[in-house]
Design a protein around this ligand. Structure first.
Ligand code: AMP
Ligand code: ZN
Length: 469
């Protein structure tokens, strides 16, 4: 089965060929930790987790390196820190903001069923030259200056876009067009309006590091060039992130990395997820439809959110709706009943084939529905194949009993009381007191309980129940 991935750079699906199949290397831009992650941020998290799982399955668990950074130095963080902790010195306030936000992010990712990346470096650990000799931002900037790709002006260090003939190749923006179309006032100190900041000066109370260009802090893009080189080398296999990062962030990462190292490419495959909107509208604070993962997790198990995200292909815009989430919850309830207690560790070939076609998760889910039908018919091999496919995709982290009892706990239902009522109803039916058994059924319905009458393995009547969604 051949893995094919859509590459933003070449704008086509191409067979995936790693540089080294003993160490497949992927970098995904992570969060800037100034605010809790929203459901849009969950998309790259989940999508690239599925790719990580797929690569591990194909190349072996120990042969994939996945790096996802945490951006803990950024002017948005500074602004938030000053706002939230006006009484504290800025650097202390920043530490509070980044600590709380980063740990919430890690908790969100785990709850969404994402495996931990191999490394999660923090930008602030890669500003200055390191004791372990791994790549760092200051050294990269020095290399760019030495190679004639960057210059100092007005206390800043800027990347000189004219020094790179094919600057703009990823986004397909021609430099001349950009300049012709630029309405922004040209900053007097820039050689070119499109030149971007590598290093800028910090005031005494802003976060800063002593550098050859004075006390300052890095621009946004340079951190990913440093951290990817630190863990994946100068050229690696896959670079991912959301669509909004293509320009300027990824364009500028490419410019920095290629010009500092003198390489033709930074990564061989560039992958970008489309955006998520909510109930048909763009998510924004002002519309009040800004949904954080943390809030959603208060109402739904992480696996429900994960399934709901994967129903949509990562390169299509996704509409996040309550209806969709409810439907995903019903699907998972059903899948848990059919599969949770089956073992097995070999995902179905049809599911692997769907994912290998540029992560076609809607097709993979269609295959899961088909597998569910066969599994419910009872053959152990089918149940094992269904269960392994679900686990491979990050589902079934609980037993069927845990799933059901969590659902009951979340709905505030008293399970003991339900069991007592069901026993009383069975007794009423046994003595043909149907008025009483109907009354008990109505009482259960009023509690939000759905009961199902069926037959057990021994042919005797059994009543099962669940909480209505
Ligand atoms: P940020 O913290 O804003 O840098 O975003 C972290 C990641 O989430 C980046 O890969 C973004 O491209 C991605 N992202 C942000 N908003 C959305 C959205 N509405 N839909 C999908 N991805 C998003
Ligand atoms: Zn990045």
């Amino acid at each position: 089965m051949e893995l094919r991935l859509y590459d933003t750079f070449t704008r086509e699906k191409r067979p995936f060929r790693p540089i080294d199949d003993k160490n497949v290397r992927m970098y995904v831009c992570g969060p800037t930790v100034y605010d809790f992650a929203h459901i849009g941020n969950a998309r790259p998290l989940i999508v690239f987790d599925v790719l990580f799982r797929l690569l591990r399955q194909i190349y072996g668990k120990d042969h994939v390196t996945y790096v996802r950074n945490i951006t803990d130095v950024d002017d948005k963080i500074n602004a938030r820190a000053a706002l939230d902790f006006p009484g504290l010195p800025l650097n202390e306030a920043i530490r509070r903001v980044t600590e709380v936000t980063a740990s919430q992010f890690l908790a969100d990712a785990a709850a969404l069923g994402c495996l931990e990346p191999t490394v999660q470096p923090r930008a602030t650990d890669f500003v200055l030259p390191r004791a372990d000799g791994k790549a760092d931002m200051v050294t990269l900037i020095k290399q760019l200056i030495a190679r004639g790709h960057a210059y100092e002006a007005a206390g800043e260090v800027l990347f000189d876009v004219r020094s790179m003939p094919d600057y703009g190749a990823l986004s397909g923006r021609k430099l001349d067009e950009q300049l012709a179309g630029a309405r922004v006032a040209v900053d007097a100190h820039k050689r070119n309006p499109a030149d971007f900041v590598l290093w800028k000066q910090s005031s005494a109370d802003e976060p800063g590091w002593d550098s050859p260009w004075g006390r300052g802090r890095p621009g946004w893009h340079i951190e990913c060039s440093a951290m990817s080189a630190a863990y994946l080398g100068e050229v690696f296999d896959i670079h991912g992130g959301g669509l909004d990062l293509i320009f300027p962030h990824h364009e500028n990462e490419i410019a920095q990395s290629r010009c500092a190292h003198g390489t033709d490419v930074m990564a061989n495959y560039w992958m970008h997820n489309e955006f998520v909107q909510v109930e048909g509208e763009k998510m924004s604070k002002s519309l009040g439809n800004f949904v954080t993962i943390r809030e959603l997790l208060a109402d739904w198990p992480g696996e429900v959110l994960r399934l709901n995200m994967l129903k949509m292909h990562y390169r299509s815009p996704a509409d996040w709706t309550l209806r969709g989430v409810e439907e995903s919850a019903r699907t998972l309830d059903d899948w848990y009943r059919v599969a949770a207690d089956a073992s097995g560790d070999k995902p179905a070939a049809a599911v692997m084939a769907a994912l290998s076609d540029d992560l076609n998760t809607p097709q993979a889910i269609a295959e899961l529905h088909a597998l569910r039908g066969r599994a419910a018919a009872g053959a152990d091999a089918d149940r094992a194949s269904f269960a392994s496919s679900l686990r491979f995709l990050g589902f079934l982290s609980e037993s069927a009993a845990q799933w059901e009892s969590r659902k009951q706990a979340a709905s505030g239902v008293d399970a003991d009381k339900v069991d007592l009522l069901i026993t009383a109803r069975a007794e009423a039916r046994a003595r043909k007191d149907f008025k009483e058994s109907d009354r008990i059924r109505d009482e259960l319905v009023a509690m939000g309980i759905v009961i199902k009458d069926g037959k057990g393995a021994d042919g005797k009547p059994v009543t099962t129940w669940e909480v209505a969604r």
